[in-house]
Design a protein around this ligand. Structure first.
Ligand code: NAP
Length: 342
């Protein structure tokens, strides 16, 4: 007999291996029938995690049809959208269409919501074969059902922003929240963001500024992104380097910073991030392409006394903070909007 606290975590939906939590499971039961403490969402759009989409796209050599087939195969096999290579997922938006009588989430039928729990633990069934998606964008128009557990979180979609924008911002809302928390708690003055012209990167720069940092360095991959970030005005200094080249990162950044935030969507940024960070400083690894062993062993090998944080996707107030930064910072909008399909 499952304890209600275990049920709240969705353990009853795990098919394989039994007894694991849904995030770690190989396969979930995506049956759309809701249990007494569950909520069902009629899915409208998925947002694939950037690291997952990039990996799928590269492994399919950019062939959109093949990417679509790969996503359908993953969801059919696993009952959730968890890329087996990156381990990451994303999130979704849709309409609440059934609420179990014991659900504590406070949602009502008809509300339009974004799930703030990862697709890697969300039971998902797709019913339209993703017919409206060309396989070339992180955002995926989709029909189907998703299940929220008693201990899930969802945000009612704001009515002043397009769905696609809200979805993109909410997907990465853990990054600005984590950045703000680290800057506030440590009193950090200097912050480096790797991948600073991306969605989580631009939000993290804005959050660092709002939290009191006074020396913001944005590292981007090329001159095109450098021009966009400079025009956005979010960083005091914009530098160009390949985040996966540690020596290039260190040379570009110069004096190491109090805090480094890793917002790239590619593997291999761990050592550059450590080198960019001053002794006693903190690295926030928001990227899902981060290797724990590369980060830990790399820091040890460089005798670097840095605190390394895994970018937890959840911090209280994270959704409101990110949406407000988007609403009020023209520079953030100028970087995010071109990345979002209307
Ligand atoms: P994004 O908008 O695509 O931004 C990533 C940025 O990194 C882009 O500007 C990209 O440039 C840049 N970049 C890629 N390779 C680079 C390199 N070698 N050197 C320098 N810059 C490079 O991605 P996002 O949506 O912000 O997501 C960023 C990361 O956050 C992903 O790894 C994602 O998995 C992770 N994430 C984590 C959580 C969590 O809960 N921790 C939640 C959501 C997402 P180009 O555009 O030119 O390629």
């Amino acid at each position: 007999m499952l304890r209600s606290t275990d049920r709240a975590l969705g353990v009853h939906r795990v098919l394989e291996p039994r007894g694991t939590l849904p995030q770690a499971a190989l396969r979930l039961d995506a049956d759309p029938a809701v249990g007494p403490d569950e909520v069902r969402i009629a899915v409208q759009r998925l947002n694939l995690d950037a690291a997952s989409f990039r990996q799928l796209s590269e492994s399919c050599a950019g062939d959109g049809e093949a990417v679509r087939t790969a996503v359908l195969d993953i969801v059919a096999a696993r009952g959730k959208m968890q890329n087996p290579v990156t381990g990451s997922g994303g999130m979704l938006i849709g309409t609440v269409d059934a609420v179990g009588p014991e659900s504590p989430l406070g949602l009502t039928v008809g509300q339009r919501v974004a799930t703030l729990v990862s697709l890697t633990l969300t039971p998902l069934r797709i019913t339209d074969g993703l017919a409206g998606w060309d396989g070339r964008s992180e955002q995926v128009p989709a029909a189907g059902t998703a299940i929220l557990f008693a201990r899930s979180i969802a945000a009612v979609l704001p009515d002043d922003l397009p769905d696609a924008v809200a979805l993109a911002v909410l997907d990465v809302c853990g990054a600005p929240a984590a950045t703000a928390r680290v800057v506030e708690r440590s009193g950090a003055r200097s912050v480096v963001v790797l991948g600073a012209a991306g969605k989580s990167g631009s939000l993290s720069l804005a959050a660092a500024r709002a939290a009191g940092a006074t020396n913001l360095i944005g590292l981007v991959r090329d001159d095109h992104e450098a021009a966009a970030l400079s025009a956005a005005g979010l960083a005091d200094r914009v530098v160009v380097a390949d985040a996966t080249d540690p020596l290039a990162v260190a040379a570009a950044v110069g004096a190491p910073a109090d805090v480094t935030v890793v917002c790239v969507d590619v593997p291999g940024a761990e050592h550059g991030a450590v080198l960019a960070t001053a002794d006693g400083g903190t690295v926030v690894f928001f990227s899902m392409a981060t290797s724990f062993s590369a980060a830990a062993l790399g820091a040890e090998g460089m005798a670097a006394d840095v605190t390394m944080l895994v970018g937890n996707g959840y911090t209280p107030g994270h959704a409101a903070l990110a949406l407000d930064l988007y609403r009020h910072q023209q520079g953030v909008r100028s970087l995010i909007d071109p990345r979002v399909e209307a």
